[in-house]
Structure formats: structure tokens, C-alpha cells
Design a protein around this ligand. Sequence first.
Ligand SMILES: CC(C)(COP(=O)(O)OP(=O)(O)OC[C@H]1O[C@@H](n2cnc3c(N)ncnc32)[C@H](O)[C@@H]1OP(=O)(O)O)[C@@H](O)C(=O)NCCC(=O)NCCS
Length: 182
Amino acid sequence: MTDQATGTEAAPPGKPTSASRTTLSHIMTHADTNLLGTVHGGVIMKLVDDAAGAVAGRHSGGPAVTASMDEMAFLEPVRVGDLVHVKAQVNWTGRTSMEVGVRVLAERWNESTPATQVGSAYLVFAAVDEEGKPRRVPPVLPETDRDERRYQEAQIRRTHRLARRRAIMELRERRAAEGLDD
Ligand SMILES: CC(C)(COP(=O)(O)OP(=O)(O)OC[C@H]1O[C@@H](n2cnc3c(N)ncnc32)[C@H](O)[C@@H]1OP(=O)(O)O)[C@@H](O)C(=O)NCCC(=O)NCCS
């Protein structure tokens, strides 16, 4: 990875988690199904990326691109006629990147039964300038104990992402140095 963050300017002032927290809701129809008749995972992933992107844009005050999506878990099938709520918030901020945590809930569109959690995901967004280069993001200010726990857990995921990436790069460099080609 390069360090191309725009300039060496100080970080913008911090923003509380609630300032960018967002919910995106959508009723699932037959156009959203897979061959089994339940909702296609890719439809849910698109909603997750959309909601997380809105949060990242709001928090960073400008464009932000998806750098990675990990731990997308599908806990229960989603059905036609489900009203799906995708809830997203900034869990953690670095210099130019943000981790956005997303929970996906579903309830029948015409019943007043409680919504159940059907999925979750963690996405990393990089804030970018008009040339697509990473730019500074405001530090997120956790407001509740739950926000604080999410911040700490996101730091653990960040550490693991960097370590995994570094280990793979080192392996590739070693193999290339030994003349091994894929
Ligand atoms: C994401 C992107 C801007 C990163 O650019 P880069 O030159 O690697 O820049 P950097 O190495 O400075 O990384 C910028 C930040 O993103 C983070 N990042 C970059 N790649 C990452 C990845 N795969 N996973 C997690 N974080 C990542 C870095 O850790 C850094 O965070 P920090 O500043 O908070 O420490 C660039 O790879 C890109 O434009 N990718 C395409 C994004 C896109 O089009 N998404 C939509 C998919 S269709």
C-alpha cells in the first residue's frame, strides 16, 4: 500500500457516531430472488454496500469508495415480502479509512411481528478526493458503551487485516525471489 493521503494536514474535527448512522429499508420482490425462490445474497450485499457507502460519505463529508468487505454473514434466508432494514454506522476511523458495521434485519412487510437479524457485515471505505486519492477522515467519536465496544472490536479486525495482508505479500515476495511462478 502506498501512503498517498492528501498532504499532511491535521485531521478534521471528530464527529459522533450518530451523526452518520443510517438505515436503508427495502421490500423484497420476485425480482430479487435466486433459483431457490429466496432472496439472492447479492441483492442483500448491494443494499449493504449502499447503506455503508451513505454512512461513509456522510461521516467523511465527501466521496468514499469501498476498499474491502469482510465477514458478510447470512444468518437466515430472506423471503419475498420481507421488509429488510439495513442499519449501518461508522465503527472505527483511521487516517483515511473507516470501518462501517452493518446489521441486516427482516420483518414481514404486512405484519407487526418483530424484525429478526438476518445478516451482518464489516466494510472498509477509503475517503477520496476528486482525483481518487485517499484524504483525511474525521475521527469517529463513540457515544455509547456499545459504540465503544464496536470501536475496540474494529481495531482488532484492522490489526488482523493488516497482518494477513502483510503475511501474504511476504509469501509472494519469497516465492518470487525463489523464482517460483504461478
Ligand atoms: C481503496 C483505495 C483508495 C486505496 O488506495 P491506496 O493507494 O492503497 O491507498 P492507501 O494505501 O493510502 O490506503 C488508504 C486507506 O485505505 C486502507 N485500505 C486500503 N486497502 C484496503 C483493504 N483492502 N482493506 C482494508 N483497508 C484498506 C488503508 O489501510 C488506508 O487506511 P488508513 O489511511 O486509515 O490507514 C484504492 O485501492 C482504490 O481506489 N480502490 C478501488 C475502490 C473502488 O473502486 N471501490 C468500488 C468497487 S467497484
